[in-house]
Design a protein around this ligand. Structure first.
Ligand SMILES: CC(C)(COP(=O)(O)OP(=O)(O)OC[C@H]1O[C@@H](n2cnc3c(N)ncnc32)[C@H](O)[C@@H]1OP(=O)(O)O)[C@@H](O)C(=O)NCCC(=O)NCCS
Length: 214
């Protein structure tokens, strides 16, 4: 699918990702990320195995396409005590591996050991088809994740990693009041080259950081 330009005013609707989205979901991931994700990851997304997701579709496209993904966000719930700063998005990356020593992200979120049930929501992937960018679609998708996280009483934060050169995404997270709490040196290895990542956090339900932001 290549949508080069849209000549109409789109009407964007948000819904969960479903099995019929599999092919287009894989295609958009291949188009927008510098890495390849394993098919197991996509199967887990569309079958809702430990992953929650939202799709953006443009209802004003012609009939055949009016339910086709033009954006997505995927996330999963992790136990704060088991989460690691150095943990890569899932085990899906084949050319991208975590390089930073693992540290408990719970430590960065005032994890309370007397509350072992505390959870976090980790954003795995977020993307919008190029022709639909700068219309607030990623903002709406992230808002869905934040709403979802806030609705879970044990959840203390939404967090994610972003590669240090991804200016558009960094602006987006800052604009949405995510806090940058760590820079992880050489976190990503892509085609033999190391890249730093930033760890961004959005606190919910009274979660907060024990350290000052970068
Ligand atoms: C990052 C991405 C998801 C943004 O999607 P989007 O729907 O265009 O984002 P929005 O329209 O909601 O943008 C909101 C804010 O993001 C920032 N932003 C978005 N695109 C930007 C750009 N090209 N340059 C600088 N800031 C940008 C701005 O702060 C913008 O607010 P503004 O319009 O008031 O300036 C999209 O560019 C994308 O899919 N990129 C490739 C995949 C990717 O990098 N995913 C994130 C991995 S961590």
């Amino acid at each position: 699918m290549v949508i080069s330009k849209i000549c109409h005013r789109p009407t964007i609707r948000y819904r969960p990702i479903q099995p019929s989205d599999l092919e287009i979901l894989e295609k958009i991931h291949a188009d927008v990320f510098p890495i390849r994700y394993e098919s197991e990851f996509f199967q887990n997304v569309v079958n809702e195995r430990d992953i929650v997701s939202w799709a953006a579709v443009d209802c004003s496209r012609p009939n055949d396409n009016n339910n086709e993904l033009i954006g997505f966000v995927t996330a999963r719930i992790v136990l704060a005590k088991e989460s690691e700063v150095g943990l890569l998005r899932f085990k899906e990356g084949t050319t991208m591996v975590p390089q930073a020593p693992a540290a408990q992200i719970g430590d960065l979120l005032r994890y309370d050991p007397s509350r072992p049930d505390q959870t976090l929501v980790y954003i795995l992937t977020l993307g919008v088809v190029e022709a639909y960018r700068n219309r607030g679609i990623a903002t709406s998708l992230i808002r869905e994740v934040i709403k979802y996280a806030a609705s879970i009483s044990t959840c203390r934060a939404v967090y994610l990693h972003v590669i240090s050169y991804n200016i558009a995404a960094i602006h987006l997270y800052k604009k949405m009041s995510f806090k940058c709490i760590r820079r992880l040196q050489g976190f990503y290895l892509i085609n033999g080259q190391h890249y730093d990542s930033y760890l961004f956090v959005y606190y919910v339900n009274g979660g907060r950081s024990p350290c000052s932001p970068l």
